[in-house]
Design a protein around this ligand. Structure first.
Ligand SMILES: [Zn+2]
Length: 241
């Protein structure tokens, strides 16, 4: 197995590995996308809970007001029935005053009840809108889940295909070169083999000494960039030699 041939196959391998790294990154990103939609649903749920409790509080207060009103009305009726059993004008006038004052309180309470009706109405509308917003967010999450699962499945298929192609290439590469390449691949996040660009490394752009450039050109041994440790190859399209 010659270094020249190995390097040529390695270039094909690097093309596949670059695709693999890109696809794997895309795959890692998918759950992150779903988390964003999930947090949207969570915030709508929190909002719904808050509107719901506001609505319940208002309903409870309304019920209390109504009971209060009933007891005041009963009190007024009771005093009015007693009015005609009174013996003196003085007593009659005093009780009439008391009844008038109770009636005034009652009408204040009635106004408050009407105001609370309006507030309850408002919150009821808000509650309905919030329910719609929550449902929409939940439906969006379901759709996103389906979409992301489909995309993940597609990504897995593509990754499996490229991994299969990769297996057909690796036997044609010198084992020790393949080992070095794969180590660099991991360290350099998917880019282990780079062309010389003029006389600079295609990975880190550091200028290479003439001797290194010459060695890369000759392809007789594996040459690595002294700076980023990537394996260098000679490519006519990029070189001035
Ligand atoms: Zn470099």
């Amino acid at each position: 197995m010659e270094t020249t041939n190995s390097l040529d196959v390695l270039r094909q391998l690097q093309t596949l590995d670059a695709q693999l790294y890109r696809l794997r990154r895309e795959k890692q990103q998918k759950p992150v996308e779903l988390e964003q939609v999930k947090s949207e649903v969570a915030s709508q749920e929190a909002e719904s809970k808050s509107v719901e409790s506001k609505f319940k509080d208002l309903q409870l207060a309304q019920k209390e007001d109504e009971l209060d009103l009933e007891s005041r009305e009963a009190n007024i009726r009771k005093l009015q029935s007693q009015l005609f059993q009174l013996k003196t004008n003085k007593e009659y006038t005093a009780m009439q005053h008391e009844i008038d004052s109770l009636k005034a309180d009652k009408s204040l309470l009635e106004e408050a009840i009407l105001r609370r009706f309006d507030a309850t109405d408002q919150v009821a509308k808000e509650r309905q809108l919030q329910t719609q917003r929550l449902t929409a967010a939940q439906q969006k999450l379901e759709k996103e889940r389906v979409r992301l699962n489909q995309e993940l499945e597609l990504l897995n298929q593509k990754i499996a295909e490229i991994e299969e192609q990769r297996k057909t290439l690796t036997p044609a590469i010198q084992p020790e070169l393949l080992t070095i390449y794969e180590k660099i691949l991991v360290l350099r996040d998917g880019l282990a083999l780079v062309p010389l660009l003029q006389d600079s490394c295609g990975g880190c752009h550091r200028r290479m000494p003439p001797q290194v450039v010459n060695e890369v050109f000759l392809k007789t041994k594996v040459v690595m960039c002294e700076s980023c440790n990537r394996i260098l190859y000679f490519d006519e399209a990029h070189s001035k030699l």
